[in-house]
Structures are given as C-alpha cells and as structure tokens.
Design a binder for this molecule. Structure first.
Ligand code: FAD
Length: 385
C-alpha cells in the first residue's frame, strides 16, 4: 500500500533511505538545511576546501520527493505528526528518524571559547586571516586526529597541539598508530596524550596536568545526538539514540524507523555500530528495504553488516587505511602515504556518487555483510590480551 513516508534529517543515512524507498510512496524530507553536507569533509572545509555541500534539489531531482527546509522541534507520535520551528505540522504513515549527531560541547567554556567541526567556515576565517599562534585540537579519536593533521598542513604558521585523554586513535593497530604518530610529528603536531581536559578559558585549555596555551581551540572530543527522540517518548539508549530492532524499526513505535548516528544499532557478533558514515549509509539503505518489504506484505530480512577498513586522512598527502575484522578490531595490515590519501578521497567521492546513483536507480547501493554474524567472536573477546 502506498504511504506517506517522512524522513527527518538529510545526512548520509536519511538521504539514502529517502532515495531508496519505492517511488510509489509519497516521500517528504524535512531538513534544517536545503543542502546535503558531506560531514566527513568538514576538516577539509576548515582547511580551505571551497565547499562540501550538494543542494537537496539536485540530489532529489526527478524523484518526486518533496523537501521541506525547517528545523524539527517536536514529534507527536500518537497523532503521527512532525512539528517544525515555523509552526508547520506534517502528518506521516511512516517516520524515518535521521537527525544524526553533532560535536558534544558539554564541557565548561567549550561553547564560548572553542570551535567545532560544525563551525568549519568560521574556523577557516579565523585561521586564514594571516595570523599565527597556538592552535589546540582536543580529542584523540579519528575526527580530532584528522582535524589536527589537516589544519597543521594547511596553516603551517600555527603551532598545532593535539590533546587526548588516552592515546591518539586507540582503535588502530600498533603499526597504524606508529604511522599516525610519524605523520603528526612530521607536520609539527605536538601530542599531549593521557591528558584530561577540565575546561577551556580565553587563551588556554585547562587540563589535569599543566594548562596549555591556546589562541584557538578546536573541540572534537565526542559526538552526541539530539534530545528530540527521548523528549518525544521514543525508547532510547543511555546516549539518547533510538533503540531499534533488527529491521531498524523503533522498539517502542513500530511506524518509526531510526537510521544513522541517531540510532542504536546492534548487530550480532559485531556489537553496537559506531557513529559513522560507513555504518550510516548501510543502515539507511536497509531501513528502506525493510519499509519496502513491509509495504509489499513481505517479511523484511534482519540487518547484516561487517566492518572492513578504517580510513583516516592525514592532510592531503598522507593517510592511513587500517584493515579491520568484522567487529572493527584492527588487523595487522595497513596502507599508508599517498595511496591511502587517495583511497580516502575515493571513499569520500563514493558516498556522494552513491546518493546520485540511488536517485537514478533505487536499490543500487551495496555494502559488505557478515555472512555468519553470530559466529564472529564478540569485540570484548577479541580484545583479550
Ligand atoms: C570532521 C569529521 C570527519 C568525519 N570523518 C568520517 C569518516 O572518515 N568516516 C566515517 O564513516 N565517518 C566520519 N565522520 C562521522 C560522520 O560524518 C557521521 O557519523 C555521519 O555524518 C552521520 O550520518 P547521519 O546521516 O546519521 O547524520 P548527519 O550526517 O549528521 O545528518 C543529520 C541531518 O539531520 C539534520 N538535522 C539535525 N537536526 C535537525 C532538526 N532538528 N531538524 C531538521 N533537520 C535536522 C541535519 O541538518 C542533517 O541534514 C566524520 C565526522 C566529522 C565531523
């Protein structure tokens, strides 16, 4: 039966779902912006890349999909309605919750004194104005590492430091971390490992060791999700991500699907998927397949997924491809240097190309699946010494 499917959020996951559901359904995308943002390139935007967006009108051309540019401020789950900041109410038969995540800035002084990846354009203006000084990136995950390397390469006049509570990129293999340390060293990035940040003030980052001088602070410590799901009454996990079953349907509201960073997706033998574009697109695609199957009166298949690689850009001329096991734990093999930078660039292009192809040929996006997911050792077991 044809339905009205409303997708809230036009990131990697929401766009994949919207473009993949059967075209006989009426599809409306509600997004705060009228364009798709390639979030995985925001560090490049801060370093001078002219643009990382694609208009939604272009991505949806010829599909019949309606786009509404508005911020979603409320969900009436009983009445099946989406409320927007400008007073609109949009009814749905099926809702796809795809509001993604953002940098968590809930540390004293961060909102006032630090930039985030979301503020890449302002950061670029600040760093590119010809000045120089101390630039401190906080966060040793892949986002923080990519930001530190990219900014150090693009703005050599700035002294760049990376501060992290543990080791930089702890999820990589020893070889992978050694390569990363070498590149950061070559780019002049000073790493403050095992350093807890207590807050940010004007001109300094306060840590459990000594204060670190900072003319500019870039905060990249962790992601958080919008509180809308929890406030609306959807069942969520402790981080506010929507709890879903193995077809990506909300465990509390069967007419709601949740995809991407905003969903807590558990895959047997793989674990709870990490927030990433690499997981968001397969999740979004499978949600569309499940919606299509149910609308045709069929039983949808459970979601299957396996990790293959982790890709880290280290400026424009270097990178790291880390081969990983199905559950994301690192293997021994890595690819480095220009070859890795090029693979990462291809992957970034592939994400947008996949959306364009999905527009023309819904159902074309494919991903690697774990054939015997349940037989894969759990992550904790693999990490035992
Ligand atoms: C610098 C950086 C580098 C990264 N590199 C990688 C990488 O190399 N590989 C990787 O896999 N991942 C990477 N990530 C993570 C990746 O970008 C995210 O995990 C991914 O974007 C999540 O996709 P999503 O579709 O769930 O959400 P998002 O891409 O965050 O999209 C969310 C959408 O919801 C909209 N929205 C939010 N709130 C509202 C609202 N209230 N009303 C209406 N619309 C709303 C937004 O405008 C947006 O359209 C990186 C992230 C950053 C910041």
């Amino acid at each position: 039966m044809a339905q009205h499917i409303v997708v809230i959020g036009a990131g990697y996951a929401g766009m994949t779902t919207a473009l993949r559901v059967d075209r006989r359904h009426r599809v409306t995308i509600v997004s705060a912006e009228d364009h798709f943002t390639q979030r995985i390139r925001l560090h490049e935007l801060a370093a001078g890349r002219p643009s990382v967006t694609v208009p939604l009108a272009e991505l949806t051309r010829g599909t019949g999909i309606t786009t509404v540019t508005a911020r979603v401020t409320g969900l009436d789950l009983d009445g099946k309605r989406v409320r927007t900041h400008d007073g609109r109410e949009i009814g749905y038969d099926t809702l796809v919750y795809a509001l993604g995540s953002r940098t968590d800035t809930d540390v004293p002084g961060v909102r006032r004194h630090a930039y985030t990846a979301e503020r890449a354009v302002e950061l670029r203006k600040r760093l590119g104005d010809g000045g120089a000084g101390d630039l401190v990136v906080v966060g040793g995950g892949l986002t923080g590492v990519e930001l530190a390397a990219e900014l150090a390469e693009a703005y050599p006049a700035w002294r760049v430091a990376l501060v992290t509570g543990g080791e930089p990129a702890p999820g990589l293999s020893e070889k992978g971390r050694a390569h990363l340390a070498g590149v950061l060293g070559r780019l002049g990035v000073r790493v403050h490992a095992h350093t807890q940040v207590a807050g940010v003030d004007e001109g300094r980052v306060r840590t459990d060791a000594a204060d670190i001088p900072a003319d500019v602070v870039v905060w990249a410590a962790s992601f958080c999700v919008p509180s809308l799901a929890a406030e609306s009454g959807l069942a969520v996990d402790e981080r506010g991500r929507v709890l879903v079953d193995d077809t990506l349907r909300s465990t509390s509201h069967p007419e709601v699907y949740a995809v991407g960073d905003a969903a807590a997706v558990e895959v047997p033998g793989v674990g709870t998927l990490r927030m990433s574009c690499a997981t968001g697109m397969p999740i979004g695609a499978h949600a569309a397949d499940a919606i299509n199957a149910r609308a045709r009166g069929r039983t949808p298949r459970p979601f299957r997924f396996r990790y293959v690689i982790q890709c880290v850009s280290l400026g424009r001329r270097d990178g790291l491809i880390q081969l990983v096991r199905a559950d994301d734990t690192p293997g021994d093999r890595i690819v480095t240097g220009r070859a890795a930078a090029w693979v990462k660039e291809l992957i970034c292009r592939f994400t947008v190309a996949s959306l364009r192809l999905e527009r023309r040929r819904p159902g074309s996006y494919m991903w690697l699946k774990s054939r015997h997911a349940a037989a894969i050792p759990a992550p904790a077991a693999l990490r035992q010494p």
